[in-house]
Design a protein around this ligand. Structure first.
Ligand code: DQA
Length: 146
């Protein structure tokens, strides 16, 4: 089974970006931590990051067509991208799980982060637990598959 782990804008800068919010670990550290928590024989993590909204939307179309479960950190797109939301709706509308994750807890931050245009079409949302947000999403998806 393949699981798509999709990371939106600025997440490639983890480690140096606002370390007081996001910590000092990098996106490569996140990828390694997730890979260490799955059985590589049974599960392939397709881990990606982009700063480009159109590219991220294209990846969701891919997931919808292929039936691939998605863990999505939409980053700043969370708060305003209706295009991304419509693409996420195609995934969950096809009965494919899509879990929205955030490293930080957006509800404890600036008011503009309190709104997610993605959450209403996500299967579920996990926020504020750092790498564990992704790990728990992965656990959930694997429980449905195994
Ligand atoms: C984020 C939270 C967003 O508000 C922010 O724009 C990000 C990262 C998180 O993982 O905590 O880029 O999605």
């Amino acid at each position: 089974t393949t699981i798509l782990v999709l990371n939106g804008p600025n997440l490639g800068r983890l480690g140096s970006r606002e370390p007081e919010v996001y910590g000092s670990a990098t996106l490569d550290d996140l990828r390694a931590a997730l890979e260490a928590s799955v059985d590589g024989e049974r599960t392939r993590l397709d881990f990606r990051q982009t700063d480009d909204e159109g590219e991220l939307i294209g990846w969701l179309h891919e997931a919808a067509d292929a039936g691939t479960p998605v863990i999505l950190n939409p980053a700043a797109f969370t708060h305003y991208s209706y295009g991304l939301r419509d693409a996420a709706a195609m995934v969950t509308g096809a009965g494919i799980p899509l879990i929205e994750v955030h490293l930080s807890n957006p509800h404890a931050r600036e008011v503009f982060r309190h709104t997610s245009v993605i959450s209403a079409v996500a299967t579920g949302v996990i926020a504020g637990l750092g790498f564990d947000s992704y790990r728990l999403a992965l656990d959930h998806i694997l429980r449905g598959i195994d």
